[in-house]
Design a protein around this ligand. Structure first.
Ligand SMILES: [Zn+2]
Length: 409
């Protein structure tokens, strides 16, 4: 028997942002894609796997999660998770990865946790999701960031503090603004660090090939981060057109995490806080306008859910964020690029992120055609790795949990 295997798929979206390909015959040899033939009209051999009813896309990468937090809205659970020891968070992190995997996420870029418990967890984790973590985030003492970070005091220099710590991290997370106000629409905070300090951090971490992701909202905090040479802006609410132009020019990736604001609005509404819900909703609308500006200016948009923040649940929030990116003006193929190729580049795993000849035959199978996407990503038919169905997906105890969006844990 030949080692070649054929798979026929109804539709293929390759992760580059290119239009949907129809009726594609995929030839796989030793787990690697050897050819892709679209508009295939020949007969299918008996051994050919027929996925003519389905669309395939590359595995997803969630570019912004907090694995150590659940995204529940019950304050007592949130605060106990925030204070927990790493040993107690093991089962929590493992469950989150189960949810993520059930939604086709095979790699995550963590946004940091105070105790570096994600890094600790990863040492013994053997599951299907590749975990990339910065350890704790860096922030200025007295400013926002305590929940996930390590403080730099007024007397200390950011790069100096960073240099003194030797740990096994994959990227660097810096906090350079506060959170968005839910009482004053559009009110922003000043930067925590200036472009000089950020620049030193970027060049220091760049020596080891590590990229710098920066939490920043508002015009000035975002501008300082871009001019400091960061690789991605996380959130970027109210950053404005000028910053988007700078990002397009410098190739800085934007991870808008719009779903956080959608969930804030829903949570506030449930809590009976009408004004807070109204402001969160306006923030969301403003963010969607910025997304359409980013599309117009050619800014590379990455898909990050910020799962773990209030009301934002691991796995399903990726699909919600994809819907919002599309609402903001990305095409379906563009939003899939955000969740695949853009993430792979941010993580420096460029053998990932697309379905193409020469790459491993890893892909998600969603029942139906592109018209039913991204909805069907919430109920994946299957996950293939190296050209065969991944048993870990079928056995995943967290598959199709039927969780609703807003509930504690
Ligand atoms: Zn975050």
């Amino acid at each position: 028997m030949s080692e070649q295997k054929q798979i026929f798929v109804g539709w293929l979206i390759d992760g580059t942002g290119a239009p949907v390909q129809k009726k594609v015959l995929v030839t796989v040899e030793k787990g690697i894609i050897r050819s892709l033939t679209s508009h295939y009209t020949g007969s299918l051999s008996d051994s050919c796997t027929d996925l003519g009813f389905a669309t395939i896309v590359p595995p997803f990468i969630d570019c912004h999660v907090h694995l150590a937090m659940s995204g529940g809205v019950a304050e007592e659970i949130r605060s106990s998770q925030l204070q927990a020891e790493c040993a107690d968070l093991k089962s929590v992190i493992s469950r989150h990865l189960g949810y993520l995997f059930s939604h086709g996420v095979l790699a995550v870029r963590d946004g940091g946790d105070r105790g570096a418990c994600v890094r600790e967890f990863r040492k013994t984790y053997e599951g299907p999701v590749a975990v990339y973590t910065p350890g704790p985030a860096w922030y200025r003492d007295g400013r926002y960031g305590r929940l996930i970070g390590r403080a730099v005091t007024e007397k200390e220099e950011l790069a100096q503090s960073f240099a003194e710590i030797d740990w096994d991290f994959d990227h660097v997370k810096l906090v350079n603004s506060g959170l968005n106000s839910l009482t004053d629409y559009g009110k922003t905070t000043r930067p925590q660090f200036d472009r000089g300090e950020i620049g030193k951090l970027v060049s220091l971490s760049g020596r080891d090939g590590k990229k710098v992701m920066v939490h920043a909202n508002g015009v000035e905090p975002v501008r300082e981060a871009i001019e400091g040479g960061c690789h991605s802006i996380e959130h970027g609410f109210f950053m404005g057109r000028d910053n988007l132009e700078r990002m397009a020019a410098k190739g800085v990736v934007w991870v808008p995490t719009a779903v956080t604001m959608k969930m804030y609005a829903e949570v506030r509404k449930l809590q009976g806080d009408k004004d807070g819900a109204e402001i969160a909703h306006r923030n969301l609308m403003h963010q969607l306008e910025q997304i359409s500006m980013a599309v117009e200016l050619g800014v590379e948009v990455g898909l990050g859910s910020d799962s773990g923040s209030s009301g934002v649940l691991h796995g399903e929030s990726l699909v919600d964020e994809m819907k919002l990116l599309i609402k903001g003006g990305l095409s379906l193929a563009g939003s899939i690029r955000s969740a695949t190729l853009v993430g792979a580049r941010l993580l420096g795993i460029e053998n990932w992120g697309t379905i193409e000849v020469g790459k491993r035959a890893d892909f998600l199978v969603a029942r139906g055609g592109p018209g039913q996407l991204p909805r069907k990503f919430s109920y994946l038919e299957d996950i293939y790795t190296s050209g065969v169905p991944d048993n870990r997906y079928r056995k995943n105890p967290f598959k199709h949990t039927g969780e609703t969006a807003v509930q504690p844990i």
